[in-house]
Design a protein around this ligand. Structure first.
Ligand SMILES: Nc1ncnc2c1ncn2[C@@H]1O[C@H](COP(=O)(O)OP(=O)(O)OP(=O)(O)O)[C@@H](O)[C@H]1O
Length: 370
């Protein structure tokens, strides 16, 4: 468990941020530019010290009153927007530098990090001959090999172009699945956060507006996320079966089963599904003669007005309407024509189910501690 509370000023900026994050998994700090996300990470790393601060990380107190553990004594891995690799060293030597900084037990093993991030083919290259995405993978590897208790990532993808982002995201997803240490991940890209995070800390103007499990936060009508132009539901599930002939997998989620493109791994493998509200339509009856693969019963929980005479309908999957939260963006006209109202059981039709598909690299499951 990470418990943080930082209060004070940096120049004209006032920070008053208090939150708790689980001791494992990815916690995203999300909010508009200038709301204080980087400042919070710097306080956690000990690079900034506000007059009032309290920080405990998995039972160790790093800051309280006058007690302040200096940055070099905090077991923190820090990955920045632009990878700051040593230009005169090869990839291998950059990684070894991380290992040399390691204190205490070497819980995170080099072979595992290399496999997880797909770095082996890059070993002998000078870092000046890497793409942006490759540089970030090496920077993440180096940070992990310093054996941190906590990994801090500050917009690690924001300096990358779309292609490099798409290249590196699956590696981050694998990292997430294999890593036992907690990750604090700063981003202002909600789609990225929805793919990676378990917990969301929503910041606004130096304060924490709300914090909690991401699936609940993205569909909470009291929070701004559902009111954004392209809201999406986040649903975690596990693979039930795969069908090689059709290139599909069946994923069980609370309240139903979804058919998803691709081979998503063996039965039992966990999968995160991100379902944009614009890809969900509603009907009163099961569809007939349609190419849509996923049509599931769901209960209308509530409805929020959206721009352009549209509505965002909040749903709970399952014939009894108690399953995972789903969102549908429909026109006001459709809502009236179908005479929809909260409490009704409807059929949600999912046009596409985007999800986090892990890359085909060697297994690095050993990273997870027992
Ligand atoms: N050392 C400093 N002295 C004075 N002001 C600072 C200092 N560091 C940051 N700020 C200001 O504090 C505010 C919060 O900055 P911060 O970088 O933490 O925001 P952010 O949410 O990470 O933004 P972004 O998403 O753009 O990176 C900004 O207004 C910034 O200009």
């Amino acid at each position: 468990m990470i418990a943080a509370a930082f209060r004070g000023r940096q120049g004209s900026f006032a920070l008053d941020a208090t939150f708790e994050a689980p001791g494992s998994g990815v916690t995203a700090l999300f909010g508009p530019s200038g709301c204080g996300k980087t400042t919070v990470l710097r306080c956690i790393a000990g690079l900034a010290r506000l007059p009032e601060g309290r920080l405990t990380v998995n039972g160790e107190t790093w800051q309280e009153g006058r007690h302040f553990v200096p940055p070099h004594r905090r077991a923190v891995g820090y990955v920045f927007q632009e990878a700051s690799l040593f230009p005169h060293l090869s990839v291998r030597s950059n990684l070894t530098f991380g290992l040399r900084r390691a204190k205490g037990d070497r819980r995170i093993r080099e072979e595992e990090v290399v496999a997880l991030l797909g770095i082996a083919p890059l070993f002998e290259r000078p870092t000046t001959m890497l793409s942006g995405g490759e540089r970030q993978r090496v920077a993440i590897g180096r940070a992990l090999l310093s054996q941190p208790q906590l990994l801090l990532m500050d917009e690690p993808l924001s300096a990358l172009d779309r292609f490099s982002k798409d290249d590196i995201l699956p590696y981050l997803e694998r990292l997430h699945a294999a890593l036992s240490i907690p990750v604090l991940y700063v981003s202002h890209d909600i789609a990225e956060v929805e793919r990676l995070a378990d917990t969301l800390v929503l910041m606004e103007a130096g304060r924490v507006r709300a914090a909690g499990p991401i699936a609940a936060m993205v569909s909470d009508p009291a929070l701004p996320l559902i009111h954004m132009p392209q809201p999406a539901a986040v649903i975690d599930g596990h693979v039930v079966s795969t069908d090689a002939r059709y290139g599909l997998s069946e994923v069980a989620v609370a309240g139903g089963r979804l058919i998803v493109p691709g081979d998503l791994g063996p039965p039992g493998a966990r999968q995160r599904l991100r379902i944009p509200a614009n890809d969900v339509s509603l009907g009163r009856n099961p569809p007939q003669d349609t190419t849509i693969l996923n049509a599931l019963p769901a209960r209308i929980v509530g409805v929020e007005p959206a721009a352009g005479h549209q509505m965002t309908v909040r749903l709970a999957l399952g014939p009894d309407g108690t399953g995972a939260a789903l969102l549908a963006r429909i026109s006001r006209l459709s809502w009236d024509r179908l005479a929809l109202e909260p409490g009704q059981i409807v059929v949600a039709r999912l046009k596409a189910v985007a999800l986090a598909e892990p890359p085909a690299v060697a297994d690095a499951g050993g990273l997870r501690q027992p």
